[in-house]
Design a protein around this ligand. Sequence first.
Ligand code: PNS
Length: 171
Amino acid sequence: MPNPNQGSVAIYPGSFDPITYGHLDLIERGSRLFNRLIVAILSNDSKEPLFSVAERREMLAQSVKAYPNVEVDSFNGLLVDYASQRGATALLRGIRAISDYEYELQMALMNRRLRPDIETVFLMAGEAYSFVSSRLVKQVIGLGGNISGLVPPLVEARLRDRLLGDKQERR
Ligand code: PNS
């Protein structure tokens, strides 16, 4: 039977500041749904990021090495314009809780209005990671809490350096 998704390209956009196992779970599942998955970091974000785009790209690239059909990129401007330039027909987003729904619905409807030919596809976050966010991970490690098992080891090391660098040296 022909694969209806043959040739399909999807964009998984986000801030990824930094990547968590919640993101990786979505990437793994997305890589099975689409022929090609492009993980795209928004570079002109109004939020003050902890890591530069280059640093986030590098952490993502290291973390997705096991998935040959996953690519890491960054973009500026409208997501749907970038998706169209990349030949994508779908945007992939994860939903953790009802609180995510409103924001995601607004974005999906706006993106549909801008480009009706690009569909947003939602996956429910893996239950093991439904409470994990980049924001909370940064907060917890910054306050000395344990985040192992929530982010890849290389990301944990980077977070430690960035947020606890001075404190670690003084110990
Ligand atoms: O991980 P995040 O921070 O929730 O991701 C948000 C992101 C990058 C998907 C969103 O901010 C975005 O798509 N920005 C690009 C600008 C855009 O296209 N805006 C109009 C559509 S709502």
